[in-house]
Design a protein around this ligand. Structure first.
Ligand SMILES: Cc1cc2nc3c(=O)[nH]c(=O)nc-3n(C[C@H](O)[C@H](O)[C@H](O)COP(=O)(O)O)c2cc1C
Length: 252
């Protein structure tokens, strides 16, 4: 699989088989991921790789927080806490409709939505999860941006091992619980989480290939000539995999 293919094939996975990921595989994934660039090569990230009883305890304690009515307290602001402009809101709504549609959750099915939310807060029951933190002293824009790079790298590096991932803000909405269970020192800020495991081929919402706005809407080309030929021959040789919404798509 070349890099371009991998980028087209990666998608968020929200239904996993219970099979734990061997530690050596997670190590391989992280070894590759930390080749990600970071501002000034600071490598601001720390990873807490969770599984087994530790992950179960974390999930149960998070559920206790939710059930007690405690509001989420992420250490960095999320879209959840802001009034999204309509243009962006509609993309979020479109995603929700597509996911719930595939999962068979009807618009007014409040119990179905509650169960989905609970599952999301439980890392979609992935056998493993990675929590990514940065040192509080350097928790600046550069560090958070660099964590974004390494997080995407994890998602891509996981693919050749047959693994699926879901980058998840939801996993870090109750940082105090993570701090306690994963023994994260107070000097680190909890940024992001990634659910990781083998995709469940029977879970229909895994089939979603989420849409993207046309490139013309987000990319502006200035002084870029269409006359310059691509030296590598026919561009179609870096083939995009065909996208098939009815299967779990390519890798899985
Ligand atoms: C920073 C970030 C936070 C995310 N948080 C969540 C989350 O909490 N729950 C979830 O189901 N998906 C989450 N996602 C996954 C996005 O919904 C997903 O990437 C997006 O819909 C595009 O779909 P794709 O990953 O399948 O291409 C997150 C992704 C990113 C990059």
């Amino acid at each position: 699989m070349d890099v371009v293919q991998a980028m087209h094939q990666r998608k968020s996975i929200r239904g996993f088989l219970p099979t734990p990921v061997p530690k050596e595989v997670i190590v391989e994934v992280l070894e590759a991921a930390v080749r990600a660039p970071s501002s000034e090569n600071i490598q601001p990230w720390k990873f807490y790789v969770l599984g087994g009883k530790v992950l179960e305890t974390l999930k149960d304690k998070v559920m206790e927080q939710i059930e007690s009515g405690k509001a989420p307290e992420p250490e960095f602001p999320t879209y959840m806490t802001m009034n999204l402009p309509q243009k962006y809101r509609s993309r979020m709504v479109e995603l929700g409709k597509a996911l719930f549609g595939l999962a068979g959750i009807e618009r007014h099915d409040m119990e179905g939505r509650r169960l989905w939310y609970s599952k999301m807060m439980r890392f979609f029951e992935a056998p493993n999860a990675v929590v990514i933190t940065v040192d509080e002293e350097i928790s600046t824009f550069s560090s958070i941006f660099s964590v974004g790079c390494v997080t995407m790298a994890i998602a891509l590096a996981a693919l050749p091992f047959g693994l699926g991932t879901c980058i998840q803000h939801a996993g870090v909405l109750y940082p105090d619980v993570i701090r306690e269970v994963a023994k994260v020192p107070k000097t680190e800020k909890i940024v992001m989480s990634v659910a990781i495991g083998y995709p469940d081929p029977a879970f229909k919402a895994n089939r979603l290939v989420s849409p993207r706005v046309p490139l013309e809407e987000v990319a502006t080309f200035l002084g870029v000539s269409e006359e310059v030929p691509y030296p590598g021959g026919a561009l179609s040789s870096c083939s995009r995999p065909s996208v098939d919404n009815n299967t779990t798509n390519g890798v899985f």
